[in-house]
Each structure stands twice: as C-alpha cells, then as structure tokens.
Design a binder for this molecule. Sequence first.
Ligand code: SF4
Length: 591
Amino acid sequence: ALLRRHGRNPHALVQILREVQAHQTWLPRDTLSLLAHELGLTLAHVEGVASFYRFFHMQPVGEYRLLLSDNITDRMLGSEALLADLCQQLRVEPGRMRADGRVSVARSSCTGLCDQGPALLVNHHHVITRLDAQRVARIAELIEARTPVAAWPAEWFEVVDNIHRADVLLGTPQAPGVALAAALARGWQALLDEVKQSNLRGRGGAGYQTGRKWELCREAPGNTPDNTHYVVCNADEGEPGTFKDRVLLSRYADSLFEGMTIAGFAIGARQGFVYLRGEYRYLLEPLQAVLQRRREANLLGAAIQGREGFDFDIDIHVGAGAYVCGEESALIESLEGKRGTPRIRPPYPVEHGYLDEPTIVNNVETYCAVTHIAVHGAAWWAGIGTPKSTGTKIHSVSGDCERPGIYEYPYGTRIGRILEDCGARDTQAVQVGGPSGVCLSAFEFGRRIAFEDVPTAGAFMVFDRSRDMFEVARNFAQFFAHESCGFCTPCRVGTALVVKRMDKLAAGQGSRHDVDVLFELDKLMHTATHCGLGGAACNPLRDTIAKFRPAYEQRLTSLYFEPAFSLDAELSIARQMTGRDDPASHLEIVE
Ligand code: SF4
C-alpha cells in the first residue's frame, strides 16, 4: 500500500525509507532488497541512500530511540549531565543499543529548539522540550514499563513559539488568499517586476536577489514539451541555533504556502515541494492539514481562484537528518530520492534543478516575505531596512539571555539593540548566523544586521563572560565533523583533524605548533572543499582564535611541539607485565 501511495516512484525513495522505518524501527537488508526490486533500483543504490542519512538505521536501534540535541546552547543548559543521567538510569552506553533491544541513546545535531532546551527527540517523531532531571527519571520509568510514547505526559511535547518582537512577517497574519489575489491581479510579469524592484534577497544566507532568481528560472527552457518548472521551499533549517522557520511553519504556514503559490504563478510552475527537516517531523500532519484546507478553498489545485491554466499544488518531503541537505543542490538530490551530495555548480538549479528542470529554491522566510510584497508593493517593502538590505529579518535568539526566542527587526538593526531587548547581560560574544556565520566580540556590538555589514540566516547565540569560547568553537568543530557528508577528502579528513587538534588542546597537551596546524587546516578547507559546509567549517575557529586568543593560549603547555599523549603513561602496561615500578622503569625520575 505504501509503495502504491508513492506510485512506485524511485524519486520517493527517501520518503519510502522513512515511512518503512517508522513501522519497523530500522531497515533490515531484506527490506532494502525488496524495495530495490519493487522500485526497479539496485540494492547498492538503496543501501547507499539508506546509509547516507543519520535518521536511517541499517542496524537495530531499539524500540525507543532517544536523541539528545547537542548544540552548544543545550550544553550550556546542562544536556551532557542529563545524557549521563539518562544513560545511567536506562543502563545503556551512549551510541549503543541496550542488549535487550529496548532502547538506545545518542547525541544529535541541533534540533531547532534552542529557546526551550535541552531538547530530546524520541523515535524521530516526538520532541520533548525543557528536559530536566525529573523528566529524565520519569522517561526511564516509562521506557522500562514499555509505555507507548503517545501515552507520555502531553505537556512534555509542548513547543511554544516564544515570539518576543514582531514586525511585518510576524504581525497579524494575512487572511488566506489575500496575497494570492493581489498577485493574480498584477499578472505574472508585473509581479516579477515588483519582486525585483523590492530588492528582496534570499533569507537562507547567500542573499541572492529573489526576483532575479525567479526571472532566470522563468526564462530557462524546460526539457519537456509542457516546459515544466518547479518551486522548492528549503525548510531544512539545520544551522545550529536557528529555529525561526519552526515558528513560521507552526503559525504562518498559510503565508508560506501562499508565497510558494505566488512563486509558481510568477515562474509558470505547477508543482511545489517543501523540504522539511527530519527534526521537524512532528510538524508534518499540521502542515498537511493546512494544505488540505487550501485545496478545499481552491487556493491550491486546478484552475486556482477560477484562473484557467493556473494549476499548482505542493508536496511535503521530510528529510532524514543530514545538515548538508540545506545546501540547495544537495536538497534537490535528496528530493530525487538520492544521497544528499551537493552537485557541482554551475549549472544552477534555475536552469537544471529538480529532475533537471528549471527550479527555484527559496527559504521559508523568503516566501513569507513575498506575500507582503504582492499586497503592498515593492516601494513599500524597499522603504523598510536599508537600501541594500530591504525589509525585515527574523532572528532566533538563544544562549545567555533572559528572553530567548524569536525577534523580528528591520535590516540595519544594531547587534547591541537585540542584546538589550533579549535581556542579555555581561555579554562576551555573539555568534551570528550559526557556526557557519561570524563570532562577534563586545567591540563589534555596534555593527548592524545587514547584507552589507553582518549578514545572517537567523541564528543569534549569546555567550556571557562566564563561557569558555574555546569550548564553544570545539562544539562547533564537532558539529562540522559530524555533519561532513564525506564526499570530498579535504572536508571529511579536515574536519576530523580539526576536532583531534582541539581535543588535544582541551586535554592540556597543546602547543603553538597545534595552533599553526589549525590555521593550515583552515586555509586548506577554505579553498579545497566541494561545498560551503567544508569552506565554513573553520569559521568559528578563525574568529575565536583572533578575538579570544587567551582561551587558546591558556591551554598551550609549550611553544613548540607537545605530543598528544604521555609516553611514560603509555609504558605502564609494559611495567605491569614486567612487574617493575622502580625509578629506572620511568622516563622521568620518580621522586
Ligand atoms: Fe560533503 Fe564536506 Fe565535501 Fe561538502 S565539503 S561535499 S559536506 S565532504
């Protein structure tokens, strides 16, 4: 039935694997073999896809799979102690399944709940916020009693929006259909011109002009007689510290779908996809309910709002735990049912995107912004923010502040203003844009959020003076090593080497030589990696060494070379075997 529902479409492989695993908790080889046969794929291909995504398991992981969010902000809230507690109470080692097959516990990259962490993902479907010792103890009891997750206390799964400052996008939502009617009244060409003149730039980080992207896509010839084009929404906000799309998807889904429909009208597409990150699986049913309402209101489907020839619908594709799929070409590969390996660009998706057809990929926030431009026009939008950065930007604020949550400001807002509003005190640093972004010290809090000054995809992590910025950078280095897709050697090996050197420094065995090696690795990865993940992996390292040098220097035990281990300690086994422990059996004189 599942295969029939997906039309035995090999491009739906990631979705099929996800649904199969939801039923049987893991993906045995027999199952993969059967799927390969039914979908007309090779077993090697199916196994290659299943092994790429962290949320797919080719070995048993237990009836209960617990993933603790491991962003630095979760750690600041005590996630490591809670992980140890959870493992002790469940008698399980991190990363391993308990012998009776009941449960496994592991760390996961940021789950997008930094404003209400520490967060726990249960069976890839349910999120528990504000984890504490009481909840850990109760979770252990419920698992021992084999209580279904659906019967766990409902308040644990409550995810609040935490909107502290609203502007254009987070103000009163427009009624469904209003923006679409305005767009249809303008006509596609005038609409396209309006989006271009508004100077709306993509909110996902790169900041490419949205109107120009749409125009290029509209002009690109498709490969099919009916000139197929696609609209894709990147809702894979995996950058640690970013959670504003979670709120847009929870509360402003109509605005997102309306923006995508408007984009479909502008570029002449009939099909849209939302690529929803696997960690937001719990949003799938509510989003599908909104889509269904829109179909019933003829805001999606055939001849939308009575306009003959304007047919458009949207499918939701759920990711499976791969940060790299936030890169648009990797996202498209995943949509096509493949491993999420980034493509070589050019050609860009506007010409050769989903199934090689012209495709636009925009962020959730960008599509929501389009609805306001359709209604109020380019001049109104361009009057907000700065000339080069028009409109507003939504920030996900977390870390050392009294009011973590969602803040929307016009572009051009000072970093210091955001810190004041969120109740941050004695702030040492702010990581803007997540680990791939920039780390700002107190001297830079007068700088402004803008493409021409401090660009951001939305993360705003605050660190007060009690925080060790070396440990912050080390957590980010671990994140990049964990998320490297392994396709190219400089990133696969480089990110691991960076973690190793930083671990050496953390163990008190560092020297100036190690810092020099870190600089060399940064240079190599910045220039030799295949996609932006590898290129950005050393950003936190570079920034923190430059701005918080004492955090590194206090860990250097010598200026020159320091081995990563104690040779004398390594000889202890030999001493045990020979039954010696006299001074001469040590490398150093024992007093
Ligand atoms: Fe994969 Fe890293 Fe290479 Fe990007 S840079 S393709 S994430 S290995």
